[in-house]
Design a protein around this ligand. Structure first.
Ligand SMILES: C=C1C[C@]23C[C@@]1(O)CC[C@H]2[C@@]12CC[C@H](O)[C@@](C)(C(=O)O1)[C@H]2[C@@H]3C(=O)O
Ligand SMILES: O=C(O)CCC(=O)C(=O)O
Ligand SMILES: [Fe+2]
Length: 331
């Protein structure tokens, strides 16, 4: 006979209380980019989750592993060396503090712009690895945005991808390193209510699309529409795609930007690399005219990416940043 101890039963019932049943069964949508029907799967995933995993992405494994090993070397340097990345806030090396509004996490990172030459003067091999990787990832992000346009039946098919291809595209790149976190008790005010320590607090990404890849350590979680959280099983050979706030607006709310966060692991470190594809600062962020049917109205006020970014960077991570840009519904 199997005897289940009372603490185990208590733990399971508290798990069920905090995680509505869908969390036990929900699968992350998987899109095989080499399949002819991938555009339909992408649309479905963006509507239901704002998040999906891609395989057969065409990014060479060599460029992934070279960047991972260069980044690992970088994060193992003494703090004073890492601080020599030579860029100004919010770019360059950072640790614990995320943004400027008081958010903290169990994380250190490198945040870089993609359009100017990232000034990693003393880190030439890392810089070369970053440039190679970013080139392939940007290409994949553009292909996915073109499949989205096809799936949405809008033309031209580069209506979204041209924003990332633009020389003035305001895209950013980030490498996050989450060292193992031995604390069993969450840092004060820094837990998620389930006893986990937060590496990167819940938020949506403000840009159009984010392309994330990590090593084989778990930690990433996404929030489902009804508010529960699911863990994303790590897969170091695949990429994960997030719908950002700007894409939510451009599809007039048809796609939803996904709320996500990272919890730390007590034994293994997590290394993630994220490309955030953004438009030029002067670009108007508004529903794509070819998507609007009949007398359909925009759900959002008019704004440029510069205006949205400025407002976003003055907000806390968990804030609902789009709320200030929503039109007030007429009663
Ligand atoms: C707390 C913040 C960090 C952030 C700027 C913000 O004020 C709100 C948005 C945050 C975010 C999330 C996605 C990306 O990691 C990021 C670089 C971005 O564009 O928006 C970060 C910002 C940051 O770390 O500076
Ligand atoms: O590090 C991760 O896996 C995700 C981090 C993230 O969401 C971000 O940097 O915006
Ligand atoms: Fe994010």
């Amino acid at each position: 006979m199997v005897v289940v101890s009372k603490p185990a039963i208590e733990q399971f019932s508290s798990y069920l209380k905090n995680n509505k049943p869908t969390t036990l069964f929900t699968q992350i949508p998987l899109v095989d980019l080499s399949k002819p029907d991938s555009k339909h799967q992408i649309i479905k995933a963006c509507e239901e989750f704002g998040f999906f995993k891609v395989i057969n992405h065409g990014v060479p494994m060599e460029s992934i592993s070279v960047l991972e090993s260069e980044a690992t070397k970088f994060f193992s340097l003494p703090l004073c060396e890492k601080q020599k990345t030579g860029q100004t806030q919010p770019y360059g090396y950072g640790h614990k503090r995320i943004g400027t509004q008081g958010d903290v996490g169990w994380v250190e990172y490198l945040l870089l712009t993609t359009n100017q030459d990232p000034s990693l003067h003393s880190f030439q091999t890392l810089r070369v690895a970053l440039n190679n990787y970013m080139k392939s990832v940007k290409k994949m992000a553009c292909e996915i945005l073109e499949m989205m346009a096809d799936g949405l039946k809008i033309q031209p098919r580069n209506v979204l991808s041209k924003l990332l291809m633009d020389e003035e595209s305001d895209s950013v790149f980030r490498v996050n390193h989450y060292p193992p976190c031995p604390n069993v008790q969450p840092l004060s005010g820094n837990g998620n209510g389930n006893g986990d320590v937060i590496g990167f607090g819940e938020h949506t990404d403000p840009q159009i699309i984010s392309v994330l890849r990590s090593n084989n350590t778990s930690g990433l979680q996404i929030s489902l529409r009804e508010g529960s959280w699911i863990s994303v099983p790590p897969d170091q050979t695949s990429f994960f795609i997030n719908v950002g706030d700007s894409l939510q607006v451009m599809t007039n709310g048809r796609f939803k930007s996904v709320k996500h966060r990272v919890v730390t692991n007590s034994v293994k470190s997590r290394l993630s690399m994220i490309y955030f594809g953004g438009p030029p600062l002067s670009e108007k962020i508004a529903p794509l005219p070819s998507l609007m049917r009949g007398d359909q109205q925009s759900l959002y006020k008019e704004f440029t990416w510069f205006e949205y970014k400025k407002s976003a960077y003055n907000s806390r991570l968990a804030d609902n940043r789009l709320i200030h840009f929503k039109k007030i519904a007429a009663s």
